[in-house]
Design a protein around this ligand. Structure first.
Ligand SMILES: NC(=O)c1ccc[n+]([C@@H]2O[C@H](COP(=O)([O-])OP(=O)(O)OC[C@H]3O[C@@H](n4cnc5c(N)ncnc54)[C@H](O)[C@@H]3O)[C@@H](O)[C@H]2O)c1
Length: 260
């Protein structure tokens, strides 16, 4: 199985890394993001690889629009058999400052959008009598907890429970696994480190990248940040034939931050 792959959040740091790895492996790409500009940047980055690439601008919170885009992707790629749910919303919040809109938005993107993407993907595969594989993006925040990540961490824990349930529901034709990235310097972390510099008096004036480095030192036994290539490699493995007997699993790519 090495058909085309639908990647959500393809305009982001990790989504782009996954797209680059998939195209290097010779797989066609249906790239999805809410941000048209960033999506075009990713499409341009993989354009020279000689695989078919389509772009689809959609807000995954709009379930009807998401379903339509998944159907569109299957029409554009007649060998589509992989789905990587990278799109996600992060952000630090003091638990007592969390408002209903932020909570709902976090869950609409990180949980609801992931579920309905998989539901639509599995239905399209079933119509074609084809097998496939899904990789979901969770986070170490789902396991360890963090005082500033109540909404994000709990939504990412929901992704793990969803992965287990759908692995059972969709077997034996579709495998569903998750990756739990550690700390990767993408826009999500740039914003989070900026938030800390602004809100934590002890970090006032400290450069965001320095805050991130200190976090890596504190949380990661391997004493180095993870890279988009580290995570994309794990995704490639879980989608590959080497993982044909692996489903419902959660693979940490976190330099040992969380141990079972
Ligand atoms: N960066 C890290 O350290 C880290 C660690 C653990 C998990 N993760 C997870 O990895 C994934 C990617 O994170 P990243 O670091 O690349 O972040 P990022 O902010 O660079 O990328 C996220 C992408 O998702 C897209 N997106 C957001 N809301 C969307 C929506 N409603 N519809 C469609 N697209 C939408 C954004 O436009 C963006 O391109 C996320 O699920 C995140 O939670 C990241």
């Amino acid at each position: 199985m090495a058909g085309a792959v639908l990647v959500t959040g393809a305009g982001g740091g990790l989504g782009r890394g996954v797209a680059e790895r998939m195209s290097a492996d010779g797989r066609g790409l249906a790239l999805l993001d809410i941000d048209e500009g960033r999506l075009s940047d990713t499409a341009a980055a993989v354009a020279s690889r000689g695989v078919t690439v389509t772009t689809h601008v959609v807000d995954i919170c709009d379930v009807d629009a998401l379903r339509a885009v998944v159907a569109e992707a299957f029409v554009a790629h007649d060998d589509l058999d992989g789905l990587v749910n990278v799109a996600g919303l992060g952000g630090f919040w003091q638990y007592d400052a969390l408002d209903v809109d932020t909570w709902d938005k976090t869950y609409a993107v990180n949980v609801r959008g992931v579920f309905f993407a998989i539901q639509a993907f599995a239905a399209e595969l079933a119509t074609r009598g084809r097998e496939g594989a899904v990789v979901n993006f969770s986070s170490i925040a789902a396991r360890n907890g963090h005082e500033l990540l109540t909404a994000y961490g709990s939504s990412k824990a929901a992704v793990l429970a969803m992965t287990n349930s759908l692995a059972r529901a969709l077997a034996p034709t579709v495998r569903v696994n998750a990756v739990l990235p550690g700390l990767i310097w993408t826009d999500m972390w740039r914003q989070s480190a900026g938030w800390l510099a602004e809100h934590d008096p002890a970090l006032a004036g400290v450069a965001p990248e320095q805050i991130f480095g200190a976090m890596v030192d504190q949380l990661i036994p391997m004493k180095r940040p993870q890279t988009v290539e580290d995570v994309a490699g794990a995704v490639a493995y879980l989608l590959s034939a080497d993982a044909a007997n692996i489903t419902g699993q959660s693979l940490h790519v976190d330099g040992g931050a969380v141990l079972p």
